[in-house]
Write a protein that binds this ligand. Structure first.
Ligand code: PGA
Length: 261
């Protein structure tokens, strides 16, 4: 029996992190747009390094695949050497921006206040933020998973209007599963996804069933299907496997199968 909620379309997003060259990106994008040209079920996007976004625009514009960035400035415009404004990403045709990825939180000191400022910039530019949340291994082991997720989500839920919240996508990415080859079990993922939707419902009762919640953390071709069949898992945020053209297409196909059955 299909347990998927039909008010939500599945979404699979590649997070390339700091990988790729003009040549490798060209090869990958040409493959994806060819292989995925008949896909009408799954929304697909790639979050590329800033410098590869013009290439995404060039190669993906007439495809059904969308593109986005992995980070953005918390400022609108001005003397911020080295920063990229959300309006610049909109100019390049981006649809999504990752915000609050655990690598940015852990390695670049991004706190909830900065995450909120970035989300506001992304929304102001008419783009969709993908808000990443998740617990570390130490937090899971001392049973603090829900407390961590609640803190990260409440910060955002309390700072945005209903109209703004309606534009968000949430990605649950347990930090211990990112790039480690350890994936949350489908049951572990489902439990946290249901909790995220529950928290959303408390603030946004009418929106909670429409909220897209992605799972991220070592999603691969061989574990995607089981994760995606969970009722509250609406797709994936895919790191390492998004750099492998066959794996990424297989993950998109797994989402399609999970929705069609
Ligand atoms: P991974 O990365 O799939 O390589 O674990 C996921 C992410 O960091 O978004």
């Amino acid at each position: 029996m299909n347990m998927k909620n039909t008010s939500r379309r599945p979404l699979v997003v590649g997070n390339w992190k700091m990988h790729g060259s003009l040549e490798s990106v060209t090869t990958l994008l040409n493959f994806l747009r060819h292989e995925l040209q008949n896909n009408t079920v799954v929304d697909v996007a790639v979050c590329a390094p800033f410098v590869h976004l013009p290439l995404c625009r060039e190669l993906l514009t007439i495809s059904g695949i969308q593109w986005g960035a992995q980070n953005v400035s918390e400022h609108t415009v001005g003397a911020y050497t080295g920063e990229i404004a959300a309006s610049m990403l909109a100019d390049l045709g981006c649809r999504y921006v990752l915000v609050g990825h655990s690598e940015r939180r852990a390695l670049f000191g991004e706190m909830d206040a900065m995450v909120i400022a970035k989300i506001k910039q992304v929304l102001e530019a008419g783009l969709k933020p993908i808000l990443c949340v998740g617990e570390t291994l130490a937090e899971r082991e001392c049973d603090a998973t829900e407390a961590v997720i609640a803190r990260q989500l409440h910060a955002v839920l309390g700072a945005l209007t209903s109209e703004q919240l309606a534009e968000l996508v949430v990605a649950y990415e347990p930090v211990w599963a990112i790039g480690t080859g350890k994936t949350a079990s489908p049951e572990q993922a489902q439990a946290v996804h249901a909790y995220i939707r529950q928290l959303w419902k408390e603030k946004q009762p009418e929106q909670a069933e429409r909220l897209i919640v992605l799972y991220g953390g070592s999603v691969k071709a061989d574990n995607a299907r089981l994760l995606f069949t969970q009722p509250d898992v609406d797709g994936g945020l895919v790191g390492g496997a998004a750099l492998d053209q066959n794996q990424f297409c297989a993950i998109v196909n797994a989402a399609e199968q999970a929705w069609n059955h």
